[in-house]
Ligand binder design. Sequence first.
Ligand SMILES: [Zn+2]
Length: 226
Amino acid sequence: MSGRRLILILAISAACGGKASVSVDVLFGDPSIPTPTDPPYGNEVVYPSGLRLGLIPDAVLSSTYPNPDQNPFGSARSQHYQRVGMFLPLEIAPTAERVSENFSLSEYVNATVQRGGTRAYVDPEVVWHVQLVRSGLGRPLIVSSSFRAPGHNRDVGGASFSRHLYGDAVDIDVDQNRSDANTRGQEIFNEASDVGVDFVLPLEDTSVDVSGLRRVSWVHLDDRGF
Ligand SMILES: [Zn+2]
């Protein structure tokens, strides 16, 4: 897909209530291994597929982030908890495009879009790691949660400094109706640990009952930077 180029321009409402024209450059370059980055992030993001997308600021959303100096790991970790300043504009993001070999951008941001959210950040390093886990296991994986804006994270009872706020956390769904669910959860945990994910929460720490019908659980992985 090298050299493929597509430019999307759409007028969207700016945070101040006026109209702003935002251009999103969709450019496929050469795939590469992403380097770890900390928030607030830059003007563009390049995914393992080579997909290159422009990011836009959203001062209102940024202001809803918690004070980085109050993160639970102390001031030495504040650099990893800076408020996210640059976001994917989901109104015009090319969600059908692939961010890695087997995953489209929509698989990471659909939950946000379905809630009516218009901003997200999806970290290329965790996308790279999810792809490595999927390739290592040789079977499809379902991303059940990735980016959460701080307000939504509060609504769902997430930790106040959850890495989902910073776009480098992903939950991998494990269907508890399967008899081999625990084995599958352990395999995801092992593979994520092997490929170098910074932090992995195993299946047993996250299992919950949903309406008494289907037990939904997941393996949480994130590239928090330490
Ligand atoms: Zn999670």
